[in-house]
Design a protein around this ligand. Structure first.
Ligand code: GDP
Length: 496
């Protein structure tokens, strides 16, 4: 059926284009920890707590809409940070129009600032810079602008295209101006939506309430959602029994780009699922069940993710024009050498692009970015965090780990000409934690260890990691439990 094809097919129809009216921009705030994301969100929310009949923004339902002037509104997503932003994108829901990258004026452009910029660029969303904490004695906004220029973010004042505003999330200074700049950015983006059509939205959060059943908060993207409408939502379906706005008020209808809490789901949908109104409940159920069936079949079939193993096939079929990489390495020096070496591998057919790079372990947000952008994760002399590895397996993101610099470029090159030898893939047997070390005269230093998962084999290759950075690579000399030489030690046991 027409609904079954693709849950993200939210293209505007001809009718939508004719009926389009201006809509509020959807804004996400991102930046380094402690640079003031929460403070800014709180300040904006509190400023808009209007005493009186309409009430203030009482609940946290994933987003809230504020009126800036004469009916010009901005919708703020309530979960700051790029993990939430990219997680939604990985699920096919690109809902943010503008990202505010917030940087503390008494600090500098930090790793998560760079991540925020890279994640926004990869998503192709507009960026507005907010330099925060200008009330502090050590504030040095010029220094921030300089650091930003080194990240290829040139602010307007420096002749670039990025709007920038100095603010204090504490005193509120500059925040009105920041809001004006966001509205200006929205103006340029010509954000519009048709309100006279069946509603479409995206789930921001969902939960199960003991008394009320499955509840989800949904950002309405186009159309008008009315009470009583039957809808499809991801692989779920339902009927709007009741709706509450961000002020906790019961409403009969909701238009783009506001957020409502909806009661009436058959089952809990997932964040990122798209909601679509259909003609009646019978139809909603039919399609919902069809989708659940389809999902089962899809899960059993092969994935179509980018991977080095079938890179050549994907290039040949013309699907792949750009090989995107997320790169993490043990030191800034290696990052620079690798970005250069990798991007040099671009050919006429396929360009190689490092969409994000940084120092340190491969983390969850790296994998999310790769998943959302159909990229491959490359780790050089670093290992993935456990959560990142699980996520990569779940989302089928290709995660490649290297310890020799030329091998990285070589493998990419071979993959591009279809000559990658697939037998050299590494298989992890297990992980142990070194809990103590002690010296034995004849042997040397013994690592008193605990097997956290998997199995240790006596003749296995090992890698010693400290803070997920590779310290040493080699082979085990001997493996013991108490005084006994053993061939293997399983999860949950101690060994030397
Ligand atoms: P987040 O981690 O990015 O959400 O940062 P928070 O909003 O939690 O802010 C971190 C700290 O900086 C808190 O102690 C805030 O009170 C403080 N802070 C945030 N904005 C400002 C500001 O404009 N001026 C000053 N002086 N402190 C601020």
């Amino acid at each position: 059926t027409e609904y079954a094809a693709d849950k993200t097919s939210q293209k505007d129809t001809e009718e939508d284009i004719i009926n389009a009216v201006k809509r509020a921009p959807v804004v996400t705030i991102m930046g380094h920890v402690d640079h003031g994301k929460t403070s800014l969100l709180d300040f904006i929310r509190n400023e808009n707590v209007v005493a009186g009949e309409s009430g203030g923004i009482t609940q946290h339902i994933g987003a809230y809409e504020v009126e800036i002037n004469n009916g010009k509104n901005i919708t703020f997503l309530d979960t700051p940070g790029h993990a939430a932003f990219t997680a939604m994108r990985a699920r096919g829901a690109q809902i943010t129009d503008i990202v505010i990258v917030i940087i503390a004026a008494d600090d500098d452009v930090m790793p998560q600032t760079r991540e925020a910029i890279d994640h926004s660029k990869a998503a192709n969303v507009a960026i507005v810079i907010a330099i925060n904490k200008i009330d502090t004695p050590n504030a040095n906004p010029e220094n921030i602008k300089k650091s930003l220029s080194e990240q290829n973010i040139l602010v307007e004042e420096w002749g670039g295209k990025y709007q920038c505003q100095e603010i204090s999330a504490k005193s509120g200074k500059g925040i009105d101006e920041l809001m004006e700049k966001i509205l200006l950015e929205a103006e340029v983006l010509e954000l519009k939506a048709n309100r006279k059509t069946e509603a479409q939205g995206v789930v921001l959060e969902s939960r199960l309430d003991k008394g009320l059943g499955a509840i989800a908060t949904v950002l309405i993207r186009k159309g008008t959602l009315t009470k009583g409408s039957a809808f499809l939502c991801g692989n779920q379906y339902g009927k709007v029994r009741a709706m509450f706005d961000d002020r906790g008020k019961s409403v009969a209808e909701s238009v783009s780009t506001s957020t409502v809490e909806i009661l009436g789901f058959q089952n809990i949908p997932e964040a990122g699922d798209s909601l679509q109104v259909v003609e009646n409940a019978v139809r909603a159920r039919e399609i919902g069940e069809f989708r659940q069936q389809e999902l089962k079949e899809k899960e059993m079939s092969q994935s179509t993710r980018v991977s080095l193993d079938d890179l050549y096939a994907q290039m040949e079929s013309g699907v792949l024009k750009e090989l995107r990489l997320v790169l993490k390495a043990d030191a800034q020096g290696s990052v620079e050498v690798l970005v250069d070496a990798l991007e040099k591998r671009s050919t006429e057919k396929v360009s190689v692009k490092v969409i994000h790079s940084g120092v340190g372990a491969v983390n969850e947000s790296d994998v999310l970015l790769a998943s959302a952008s159909d990229a491959i994760v490359v780790g050089f002399n670093v290992r993935p965090e456990r959560t990142a590895q699980n996520l990569a397996e779940h989302d089928q993101v290709d995660l490649r780990l290297y310890t020799v610099i030329y091998e990285v470029g070589d493998e990419i090159k071979q993959a591009m000409v279809g000559l990658l030898d697939p037998t050299f893939r590494e298989k992890e047997l297990g992980r142990v934690e070194v809990r103590d070390t002690f010296r034995v005269p004849k042997f040397g230093v013994i690592a008193g260890s605990y097997v956290q998962d998997g199995t240790v084999l006596r003749n296995a290759q090992v890698r010693l990691l400290r803070d997920n950075v590779v310290i040493y690579e080699g082979e085990l000399d001997s493996l013991r439990r108490f005084k006994e030489d053993v061939n293997e030690v399983k999860e949950g046991y101690e060994c030397g």
